[in-house]
Design a protein around this ligand. Structure first.
Ligand SMILES: [Zn+2]
Ligand SMILES: [Zn+2]
Length: 365
């Protein structure tokens, strides 16, 4: 059995992992990347057409953004994921297997005699799952984007599990960071700007850290004016009981109704790729407000342009594991071999189980 890295190791984006056994070819995630002239996973037509199952960990573009490309190149298998991931992905396709939600413990779904999957919530966004595939007597774990420290999203923690191979999120790289410090930095910056009568714009992804950052201001929401676009407002009002650790009580104003007064604005377009959010960013800059980016910014986007021209601030909000958190996971589980993905930089580590892998590596399981 082989594990082929079609993307996602030593790069941020294009996450895509192909497992080829005697009976099936299985793809886990099919993401796109924006930092490269070629944005799709490195899969040939022949590889694509032989895939029977595509597991999606979540809907983010770096995990599901190349599924339409996959379908266009002859994929005819079954897509397996949570219902929320299916809805968020906006993929038009006829063959889905929707996994029922883990309530308290891990769930298991059997596909055939020699393929079943154990899965749990990965703490990254609504709909995000990790998968432990048991395939032809081998076990392979995919953490997806994984965080045990989210203030909002429930996580079924990886613990006491065995895997022959584990593909683990290490998007935080080697930098040792304290999630609480990062959160405090964003909160203090925004409150200081508001104290100085400024507008603050936070462009965030559609699903994921946006709600966590909004929640940072739960205690001040009476005094602060917080404006959200419709996608974010909908997630605050939906109160996804299966995915959220808490309920929200923040009064919501819609961004469409913002009239230029000092306020905290959230727009679900992290890279500022839409004309409307670009215009909003320009308006905020014109009114001498602050723009704060809180996650990975792709090169040559409007967000990248603003950062390069010192017109915006960058304060990372942690939604991935860094190496120190990976080590904690390794201590709680038994993984024979480990691949770290999601970091553009090489991860320095002292663990024998960690295997070097890069884009287009083929490893035998
Ligand atoms: Zn993600
Ligand atoms: Zn990701």
């Amino acid at each position: 059995m082989n594990l082929y890295i079609a993307g996602g190791c030593n790069e941020h984006g294009r996450n895509s992992f192909l497992i080829t056994g005697d009976s099936y070819s299985i793809l886990v995630d099919c993401g796109a990347i924006e930092d490269d002239s070629y944005c799709y996973p490195y899969l040939t037509k022949q590889q694509i057409q032989s895939i029977q199952f595509l597991f999606l960990t979540h809907s983010h573009k770096d995990h599901a953004g190349a599924v339409n490309w996959l379908i266009g190149n002859g994929f005819q298998g079954i897509i397996i994921c949570s219902e929320e991931t299916r809805q968020q992905s906006l993929i038009k396709y006829s063959q889905w297997q929707i996994l029922s939600l883990p309530v308290q413990n891990y769930n298991r779904f059997t596909i055939s005699d020699n393929l079943y999957v154990t899965y749990g919530k990965s703490g990254h966004c609504v709909g995000s799952l990790w998968y432990l595939l048991n395939f032809e007597n081998k076990s392979i774990l995919f953490s997806g984007d994984y965080s045990e420290e989210s203030s909002i999203y429930k996580c079924d923690k990886l613990s006491g599990l065995y895997a022959d191979f584990a593909v683990l999120d290490c998007g935080g790289g080697n930098t040792s960071f304290d999630n609480q410090d990062n959160r405090t930095a964003i909160r203090s910056f925004v409150l200081e700007s508001i104290k100085n009568n400024k507008i603050v714009l936070l462009p965030v992804p559609k699903y994921g850290r946006g709600t966590e950052i909004i929640d940072l201001f739960q205690d001040e929401c009476e005094e602060l004016s917080i404006y959200l676009d419709e996608i974010l407002a909908c997630q605050m009002t939906k109160q996804y009981k299966s995915w959220y650790k808490k309920t929200f009580s923040i009064p919501i104003n819609l961004l469409n109704n913002w009239n230029g007064v000092p306020a905290v604005l959230f727009a679900s377009d992290a890279q500022l790729s839409n004309d409307c959010t670009q215009a909003l960013a320009n308006k905020v800059i014109g009114l001498k407000g602050d723009i704060v980016f809180t996650g990975h910014i792709y090169k040559n986007t409007y967000s990248d342009f603003l950062i390069r021209n010192n017109m915006a601030n960058v304060l990372d909000y942690p939604v991935h594991m860094g190496y120190s958190q990976v080590v904690k996971i390794l201590k709680k589980n038994s993984f024979r071999k480990v691949i770290l993905y999601h970091s553009p930089e090489k991860i320095e580590n002292n663990r024998e189980s960690v295997v070097e892998a890069t884009v287009r590596s083929k490893l035998s399981i």
